[in-house]
Design a protein around this ligand. Structure first.
Ligand code: R5P
Length: 299
């Protein structure tokens, strides 16, 4: 089946890098906002009979980019595309994967149902919770950038480091990094007080005298990692601290939350455009090749 790679407006540079790794050009798909903010999509590329891959992270504003993805998929389906795969380097709404008080929706399930209504398959990178795969009624291939991030962390030397999970949700992830890097691991106990406020209630593991490599699936406001860095320094960990996360959202006030801390490196992938990370010692680990390999494996 002939390949057609498309991009929405969330991250066209990433789509170009994937296309370059696959040795093709992204197909032209014109997308514009009407004055009333409705999104209008028009395919110039021919989708009929082709194996379509739409590269679009559900980055902020996730609702808009989700709808945009659905509209592109609908245009492809109505043009008789043979198969349509959503390549989602960052799945927005993934943190809404359960009801906490019983009065909320399961947002990740709602998003999964919407994607399944228009796409045949999903290729996702480093989901907030791997069990989200179970929300999808279409096949989902889950890949990870953790080995690439770990290799980038290792490149600067990691003597006397300890891998730290900033909350218990990141415990499995921290163990993965620790195994890849042959380092000890520690866990922070975090309590979330609100969308922008968290509090550290304890640390399990030896951190005194060691340099922390704090790992998480995403950096959003930076509140989780900022609280973790402060707690680690109070517990006797040695600065500077290295941060590693698959997804760098860097929404307000991430630069302010993280900017004043003793950080030597902030490693994130280019699953998103890291627009709000100004002033941070950012190192971007490119995932274009990884996505291209995954697409090849799916064909
Ligand atoms: C929480 O479960 C996630 O894994 C992240 O730790 C969290 O969402 C990061 O958000 P923020 O940077 O706003 O603290």
């Amino acid at each position: 089946m002939d390949l057609l790679l498309l991009s929405g407006r969330a991250h066209p540079h990433l789509a170009s890098r994937v296309a370059a790794a696959l040795g093709c050009e992204p197909g032209v798909c014109r997308i514009q906002d009407f004055p009333d903010e409705e999104i209008q999509v028009s395919l110039d590329a021919e989708a009929a009979g082709r194996d379509v891959y739409l590269i679009q992270p559900l980055a902020p504003p996730a609702a808009g980019f989700l709808l945009e993805s659905l509209l592109v998929a609908d245009a492809c389906r109505r043009r008789d595309a043979a198969r349509i795969t959503a390549v989602i380097p960052y799945l927005g709404y993934a943190r809404q994967d359960r009801r906490v008080r019983g009065q909320e929706p399961v947002g990740a399930r709602v998003v999964a149902d919407m994607l399944a209504a228009r796409f045949d398959r999903v290729l996702a990178l480093d989901l907030h919770n791997p069990s989200i795969e179970g929300f999808f009624t279409i096949p989902l291939r889950h890949i990870t950038a953790v080995p690439l991030l770990a290799a980038a962390a290792r490149a600067a030397g990691l003597d006397d480091h300890v891998v730290v999970a900033p909350d218990l949700g990141a415990a499995k992830l921290a163990r993965e990094y620790a195994a890849l890097l042959d380092l000890p691991v520690a866990f922070i106990h975090k309590e979330r007080l609100g969308a922008r406020n968290v509090r550290v209630t304890g640390i399990t593991g030896q951190v005194a005298g060691r340099r922390p490599l704090l790992v998480d699936d995403m950096i959003s406001t930076g509140g989780t990692l900022a609280s973790a860095v402060r707690a680690l320094l109070e517990a006797g960990a040695r600065p500077p601290v290295t941060l590693a996360a698959s997804h760098g959202l860097f929404v307000e006030p991430a630069a302010a939350n993280l900017g004043a801390l003793p950080l030597d490196r902030v490693l994130v992938t280019d699953s998103l455009r890291a627009a709000g990370a100004g002033g941070l010692p950012l190192e971007i680990v490119e995932i274009g090749g990884l996505l291209a390999e995954a697409i090849q494996a799916l064909r």
